[in-house]
Design a protein. Structure first.
Length: 95
């Protein structure tokens, strides 16, 4: 995969995940919510795999272990802290 095709793939998958996740509050029936959450999860998995592939292709082989550890640590920290921080910000804004 060339660099240009990779970036297009990354942007399309990220935009799809963002749209599907942002629309979670719109669905009025539970089956639609489950369907679009599943589609968002598939997009998230594709995005995560693409980012890891990009990381391993850009780092030299001798530092790939350290790069992967920083990648996974950053992802997990953002996943753990991002939810409560975003919820707190929304509750302050909305009230």
């Amino acid at each position: 995969m060339t660099a240009g095709v990779f970036w297009i793939y990354l942007v399309v998958v990220a935009a799809g995940w963002l749209v599907l996740t942002a629309w979670d509050g719109v669905w009025v029936t539970f089956p639609l919510l489950v369907l679009f959450r599943a589609l968002g999860g598939i997009g998230s998995a594709l995005f995560f795999a693409a980012l890891l592939s990009f990381l391993l292709r850009t780092l030299p082989p001798e530092s790939s272990g350290r790069g992967m550890s920083v990648f996974y640590a950053s992802f997990n920290l953002g996943f753990i802290a991002g939810g409560p921080l975003a919820a707190g910000a929304v509750s302050l804004i909305v009230g």
